[in-house]
Design a protein around this ligand. Structure first.
Ligand SMILES: O=C(O)CCC(=O)C(=O)O
Length: 275
């Protein structure tokens, strides 16, 4: 497994132990088809759960090739960064099928405790080697005008992800219980912008928890699901390795968009019912 580095400050024993426990709990040789009851319980407690291996090496080779192709087409003219490839599934059947993979929908359905599942958004967030951007501390809940605001996000590692190449870090609900249902104070860093992170948790609000952040070290083909309210970030990728993720947000069938709150989600925004 990759080495553990802390985003800021030194490695603490608690943080190191948290990562070791994370890795031990979430690695298994076979692909995961169903969460055990204790995994669902852990998700409810912590706001995040690892799937271990979600796709086989063979499946991942095809997924990676398909995503690489989309990245190269979408970034060809240099107008959009590979971190910001949002909602391509609306015009791409292959991506819609990937987002609707039955194994993933079964797992999302378990975590949402809902037979019916919608795709809310998809994103390819591929941090190129050396110049990959940092994602600031945020809660997704701040961005999403949904009622009820129940979302689980699949984060599939398309490349190995570790602290060296900008893996995601989380502050679990066990550490910051108020974050479970409240937005921590934010500062708006720029005007609202589609794929950009502009509602960052204020430094003074995140500081008390930062030394207990967990780095999600995942091998290609492994994944995690996180809750909409979970505080998370990721450092820049200054390494020589790319760090690419395929991210899909799922809601229960009953969740509705509240139109007019954010530009990206207009009256005609479609939350596709896929199960
Ligand atoms: O991939 C990352 O570094 C951040 C992803 C993220 O913010 C999210 O999935 O909500």
């Amino acid at each position: 497994m990759g080495s553990l580095l802390r985003h800021a400050g030194t490695v603490t024993c608690a943080a190191l132990a948290a990562v070791i426990i994370w890795q031990a709990r979430h690695s298994q040789p076979e692909v995961l088809v169903k969460f055990r009851a204790e995994q669902v319980e852990e998700y409810c407690k912590a706001g995040i759960i690892g799937t271990g291996r979600l796709f086989s090496d063979e499946e991942m080779a095809a997924i990676r090739a398909g995503l690489d192709e989309r990245i190269s087409v979408a970034t060809k003219d240099g107008k959009v960064r590979s971190e910001d490839l949002l909602n391509l599934h609306f015009n791409d059947t292959w991506l819609l099928e990937l987002a609707s993979h039955p194994r993933v929908l079964d797992l999302a359905s378990q975590l949402l405790d809902s037979d019916g599942v919608r795709i809310f958004t998809t994103r390819i967030l591929s941090k190129p080697a050396r110049t990959g951007y940092a994602v600031p501390w945020h809660q997704d809940s701040n961005y999403w005008p949904l009622n009820p605001l129940r979302v689980t996000s699949l984060w599939l590692a398309v490349d190995d992800a570790d602290a060296g190449n900008g893996a995601m870090q989380t502050i679990n609900f066990t550490v910051a219980p108020t974050a479970r249902s409240e937005n921590l104070p934010v500062e708006q860093t720029s005007k609202e912008g589609g794929a950009h992170f502009d509602l960052n948790i204020r430094q003074d609000a995140i500081a008390p928890y930062e030394d207990q952040a967990v780095t999600l070290v995942l091998k290609r083909g492994e994944a995690s699901f996180h809750d909409a309210w979970l505080p998370h970030n990721s450092p820049p990728n200054t390494s020589s390795r790319r760090r690419c993720a395929w991210i899909v947000r799922y809601t229960p069938a009953s969740t509705k968009l509240i139109p007019g709150k954010r530009k990206l989600f207009g009256d005609d925004y479609e939350m596709l019912l896929v199960r």
